[in-house]
Ligand binder design. Sequence first.
Ligand code: NDP
Length: 247
Amino acid sequence: MDAKDLAKRVAIITGGTRGIGAAIARRFKEGGYAVAAVYHNNAAAADAFSRETGIPVYKWDVADFDACQEGVSRVAKDLGGPVEILVNNAGITRDAMLHKMTPAQWCEVIATDLTSCFNMCRAVIGAMRNRGLGRIVNISSINGQKGQRGQTNYAAAKAGVIGFTKALALETASKGITVNAVAPGYIATDMVGAMSKDVLATIEGQIPVGRLGEADEVARIVQFLASEEATFITGSTITANGGQYMA
Ligand code: NDP
């Protein structure tokens, strides 16, 4: 594939303006893709990211089905091609023990972390099937694999992402589309920075490599799964957690 063809390849990274998503967006830009980074509320962070990287940013709520369909159409028009790579990375936490968890905390996490995968995949899958080409990577979590106190909502959503990935991989395997998940352990981003220092210190003590992961250590896996090197990998979940949990 020559550089001209590469330039037409469009990648959407949801939650692509901060943390893990920003590292993924940078990697794809460096790889020659036309990248769109989606954010929701933090316009200041998104603008700063866009200024620094030259990556266009788009504001919509991945929990909103119609917004995803409109957003994907807009990106395809702006960037000059159908979406070839979709990384469903946007996610939130709303932690509480179940006996105190509100319906709003439950629903917001399920909608943002799981229903978003349906909303976004639904928006890109028709064009991918028609072209016979597509790469989808969904970001799950160690806590969807092993559970975590205070995170019934998040663990359910992230475990759901793995089941969703397997089912969609089966549906699309014969269509030139791969669908995989990455389950990171604890990665040094704003999401983890929001945890209490005591809890974080306990968690760091449970990571055999003795440190938090870096966002780019997840980004490199995503880049590989979306590459020509990974054409026979579909329906898989790659874990990257410093040995904290061996699924
Ligand atoms: P951050 O909190 O650092 O960044 C989250 C990104 O998602 C931001 O760009 C945010 O936009 C965007 N986002 C959140 N909600 C929405 C929404 N409704 N619509 C569109 N965009 C949205 O998260 P991380 O980088 O830490 O996490 C990225 C993913 O990795 C998440 O799915 C998370 O669950 C998962 N993960 C993270 C781990 C970690 O240790 N950090 C471990 C395991 C999994 P805005 O800036 O506007 O808020």
